[in-house]
Design a protein around this ligand. Structure first.
Ligand SMILES: NC(=O)c1ccc[n+]([C@@H]2O[C@H](COP(=O)([O-])OP(=O)(O)OC[C@H]3O[C@@H](n4cnc5c(N)ncnc54)[C@H](OP(=O)(O)O)[C@@H]3O)[C@@H](O)[C@H]2O)c1
Length: 291
């Protein structure tokens, strides 16, 4: 089983080691990469993500800050916080933790972040560059998946990649990246979603299946091609008889598909650790280029 695992923690550790060196070099030349995360409200899952991001960036020697705003914060106040960070030379990356409370216009907020500091690649200018094959930075989760494919020397060229899910965060940018004409892509790409009538008909022909639908253990062995590479992006809580009362599972039924796949990411310990690492990577990249 070990030889089939795509270990996100391992790939992440390799990248973070390189990043630590790079941060040291940047600091020696007077630049400390800085990331600021804005969190509106008290959503417990978001608070955990934000804490993890802050801890990870500090470990690398970067400057890291969190702006915690109450759930009732009005849009104008949030935009003025972003204005301040847009003009702060010590802040290289701005990340607004999603989802935002319903009274705040998410699109407007994401548009307000200076594209040069958009380390999540959500600004339309950066999305456009990505689609055109000339990316500024890559969106964190899809970028982490590409790094894992590269690390394990998984061939992408000419292979059929099926992406389940079409969100702006995962599915759409993943499809855009894998269809590009370059060494880490060149795939034939199919995107399936909730309006696709027979998902198994597509997933069964996937050489590389990327599952990002948020449905616990949706993909079973009979939906997977023999020898496929499976990347499980899903993070779903299911009830469990433990202290927390839940455990995390992916969108793929790991135990069921394991005998059939050539390689697979576990949940947790697969895509998750890579997402944060790529956020740090993007912040360091921006710091290197803007100073
Ligand atoms: N590991 C990480 O770092 C990381 C990062 C981001 C997200 N995630 C996880 O990845 C999962 C997806 O996240 P997301 O933000 O992309 O979610 P999302 O915005 O809710 O999008 C889910 C997508 O899946 C599709 N879908 C939902 N149910 C489906 C079904 N039964 N069959 C086929 N397609 C279905 C939806 O189709 P429609 O478009 O038709 O509605 C939508 O395109 C979640 O579990 C999330 O927690 C993990």
């Amino acid at each position: 089983m070990q030889e089939k695992l795509i270990d996100g923690k391992l790939v992440s550790a390799h990248l973070r080691e390189k990043l630590t060196k790079e941060v040291k070099e940047l600091k020696a030349s007077g630049i400390t990469p800085g990331l600021v995360v804005i969190l509106v409200g008290e959503d417990p899952a978001s608070q955990v993500y934000v804490r993890n991001k802050e801890r990870a960036s500090r470990r690398l020697g970067m400057n890291s800050g969190t702006i915690q705003l109450p759930a009732g914060t009005d849009e104008r106040e949030l935009l003025s916080q972003i204005d301040r960070l847009n003009n702060d030379p010590a802040c290289h990356g701005i990340l607004v933790q999603l989802p935002l409370p319903a009274h705040i216009n998410e699109k407007k907020v994401l548009m307000h972040i200076r594209p040069e500091k958009d380390v999540d690649c959500f600004h339309p200018q950066n999305v456009g560059k990505l689609v055109a094959g000339d990316p500024y930075v890559l969106p964190c989760t899809p970028a982490g998946i590409l790094e894992m494919l590269k690390f394990y020397k998984i061939q992408t060229a000419g292979r059929h990649a099926v992406i389940a899910g079409r969100s702006n965060i995962v599915g759409k940018p993943m499809a855009n990246l894998l269809v590009q004409k370059n060494d880490t892509a060149n795939c034939t790409v199919t995107v399936v979603h909730s309006r696709t009538p027979d998902i198994a008909a597509f997933s069964r022909s996937a050489d590389i299946l990327i599952a990002a639908i948020g449905k616990p253990r949706f993909f079973k062995a009979d939906m997977i091609k023999e020898g496929a590479v499976v990347i499980d992006v899903g993070i779903n809580r299911i009830g469990a008889d433990n202290e927390k009362g839940y455990r995390l599972v992916g969108d793929v039924d790991f135990d069921d598909v394991l005998p059939k796949v050539s390689m697979i990411t576990p949940v947790p310990g697969g895509v998750g650790p890579m997402t944060i690492t790529m956020l740090l990577f993007n912040t360091v990249t921006v710091a290197r280029h803007t100073n």
